[in-house]
Ligand binder design. Structure first.
Ligand code: WT7
Length: 653
């Protein structure tokens, strides 16, 4: 946790008070902290009233068998009913659920009534394909309305979905599909990206060829490109869905019925299947979406600029906003297509009131220059949020000033795939924000910073971020691997949830996030495992050994830097080899996992017990004099590496 910015951070004296108007009408006021502290479970029982239960729960939390929690015991509900039917029944059918805006400017407003009809058709279609309650469905899709329809159709029939980010490789799809035994995959022929159609189905084809559990592949026609067709397996979405009735009577499931599985990178090679269930998750995302964004569903236009393939999209594009009858923007494209003002054009066009995005995007916009957003009318914005990685004070200030016009509170929200919902964040009507701090746990959430021995640190101290009490949207387990669930999150400090993040408390007791303390990188707000990328590199026949580190990067937060030892037979490979290895990683995991650089080295720095000292490699990658190397088994290794690298750069030059 040697963060060079740290001492500066903690002397941050700027404070931004909530705007008076917002504070006066805020959904959640300061007394919520005391109320939740007084009786946490009563507080969570009250938040559960945000959800419509077909049968009431009899107990808020069953924590008799930790770390396995049961929330809202005995309650029955349907997530899709809570997102759609109840709003239509309440007369909100004509409200726009999504302003869908495609990259190429095609647009479509989808009302709650329309979305409900489409979800019912898809639920009927999936049922006709034989998908039953409990069956797993994978969704590998672009950012199009059918993606949401598919998720909610699964939720409606109680078939847990696992959405796989469309940038992942065939190998990654195969791993996920096999891990949770997927029966049906929903995909599209392709996606539009940066003005060009790119194929999706061939990647799915390659994966499912090795996955015997998959019975059907449902294909949405998006780009119209030619696709290979397997009559036994493939069906068009339109053939499955279009002729179906727009009515579907939903069943109500137990509060603990699995809603979805989201795979996330961990410290070891295999991604973890984070399991979220229905009741607690729906309460958690509805509550946090309403409280953190001060959401006023009758008037606000809300926009989470993220991909549905990540948890941010699940919780704050789909389930949270829909549970709250929100009108959201849903954008298919990249921020620079067809021009670098695309986001701001969308904010102006739909009069977006609340924007939620990642610091990496903000830093990219900073790089492009303030004159671009300044050309657009951003006066509709009243609140702006950040998620996915620490937001450095400089980016915070730029966001606040240039995008938020110095009037919008910035909510820096800390949470993880496993958390399901925001856990640490300012409350916009209550908290005086500090640039760079996620501030305090939300009412109902209890977090702390522990030292090495598991004692809470005092204000001013640093250590490990833990969550000390269960929360409703917490993961229930890792799919099929209770032991790994216990081991990963509950073993480091018995009885409390260990996040894997380092954090510091300032003198006021506010939280500052310091990044991961394990072998996980954060690249553009996406979690990447060093070991997973190392395994991918080593699976190439020319690589004998590999070490991957995340180096500080001004835009993406971290960049992936690899060091490889080649096999004897591959020596002298040169630039082509590096390009080949980068592509190999893209093929194994996905383009997002491609190392920025791959350095060929004669040896790797290891301790006597054989553990790679990534810290030293990080020094090299960040152009620093390597730190203390006295614990190395062979202390000359670092000299060899340095020598070799300067030779490589002369060769290239
Ligand atoms: C990791 C979780 C759930 C959001 C998308 C990422 C980092 C997330 C913040 C923040 C500092 C943050 C942490 C965390 N992180 N939000 N506001 N400030 N760091 O989800 O892929 O599960 O990654 O992202 O390191 O552990 P994820």
């Amino acid at each position: 946790m040697s963060n060079p910015e740290l001492s500066n951070l903690l002397h941050e004296t700027r404070r931004f008070d909530p705007p008076a108007e917002l504070a006066e009408h805020a959904n959640l006021k300061a007394d919520a902290y005391a109320e939740a502290k007084e009786d946490r479970l009563a507080f969570w029982a009250k938040q559960a009233e945000r959800i419509t239960w077909a049968e009431p729960f009899t107990e808020v939390l069953d924590w008799s068998n930790p770390p396995f929690s049961k929330w809202y015991v005995g309650g029955k509900l349907n997530a899709a009913y809570n997102c759609l039917d109840r709003h239509v029944e309440a007369g909100l059918g004509d409200r726009v659920a999504y302003h869908f805006e495609a990259e190429n400017g095609d647009r479509r407003d989808i009302t709650y009534a329309e979305l409900l009809a489409e979800v019912c058709q898809a639920a009927n279609g999936l049922t006709e394909l034989g998908v039953k309650t409990g069956d797993r469905v994978a969704i590998y899709m672009p950012m199009i309305p059918e993606t949401v329809v598919a998720m909610l159709a699964c939720a409606r029939i109680g078939a847990p979905h696992t959405v796989i980010f469309a940038g992942f490789s065939a190998q990654s799809i195969e791993d996920r599909v096999k891990d949770c035994g997927v029966e049906v995959v929903i995909t599209a022929d392709g996606a539009n990206r940066r003005g060009k159609p790119s194929a999706l189905k061939p990647t799915v084809d390659e994966a499912v060829a090795k996955c015997p559990t998959v019975r059907k592949v449902v294909v949405v026609k998006r780009t119209g490109q030619d696709v290979a067709w397997n009559d036994d397996l493939d069906v068009w979405w339109s053939d499955v869905v279009d002729h179906q009735s727009t009515e579907h009577t939903c069943e109500f499931f137990d509060a603990e019925h699995p809603l979805y599985i989201m795979y996330s990178s961990g410290t070891t090679g295999k991604p973890k299947g984070v399991l979220h269930t229905t009741g607690g998750y729906m309460v958690g995302v509805s509550y946090t979406h309403w409280a953190v964004f001060d959401l006023k569903p009758d008037t606000d236009v809300f926009w989470t600029a993220a991909d549905i393939g990540w948890v941010t999209g699940h919780s704050y594009i789909v389930y949270g906003p829909l549970a709250n009858a929100t009108t959201s923007v849903f954008y298919e494209g990249t921020p620079d297509t067809p021009h670098q003002g695309r986001w701001w054009e969308i904010v102006a066009k739909y009069k977006v009131n609340i924007l939620y995005c990642a610091p990496t995007a903000i830093r990219t916009f900073m790089k492009w220059g303030r004159e671009i957003p300044e050309k657009f009318d951003l006066s509709s914005l009243r609140l702006i949020g950040s998620v996915g990685e620490p937001i450095n004070p400089e980016a915070y200030m730029w966001y606040r000033e240039v995008i938020g016009g110095n009037r919008c509170p910035v909510v820096d929200t800390w949470w993880q795939t496993e958390n399901g919902m925001i856990l640490i964040s300012p409350l916009p009507g209550v908290t005086s924000g500090k640039p760079g701090s996620a501030m305090t746990p939300l009412p109902g959430v209890t977090a702390a910073v522990y030292d090495e021995s598991g004692k809470p640190v005092e204000p001013g101290g640093a250590g490990y971020l833990v969550v000390t009490e269960p929360w409703p949207a917490m993961l229930r387990t890792l799919w099929g691997d209770d032991d790994r669930f216990k081991e990963t999150y509950w073993a480091r400090f018995p009885g409390v949830y260990f996040s894997g993040d380092g954090a510091k408390l300032d003198e006021d007791g506010d939280f500052w996030l310091l990044g991961r303390v394990d072998d996980v990188m954060n690249v553009s707000g996406h979690r990447m495992s060093t070991t997973e990328i190392e395994s991918a590199l080593v699976s190439h026949p020319m690589v004998a050994e590999a070490a991957v580190v995340g180096a500080a990067d001004a835009t993406t937060g971290q960049s992936i830097e690899a060091f490889v030892i080649l096999r004897e037979s591959a020596k002298g490979g040169g630039d082509d080899l590096v390009a080949e290895l980068r592509n190999h990683v893209a093929k194994e995991i996905g383009a997002i996992a491609k190392p920025r650089s791959i350095m060929v080295v004669p040896d790797l720095p290891k301790t006597r017990s054989g553990k790679i000292m990534r810290r030293l490699l990080k020094d090299v990658a960040e152009n620093r004099e390597p730190g203390d190397s006295t614990t190395l088994a062979d202390s000359s290794v670092m000299d060899l590496i340095q020598e070799n690298l300067s030779k490589q750069s002369t060769d290239e030059g």
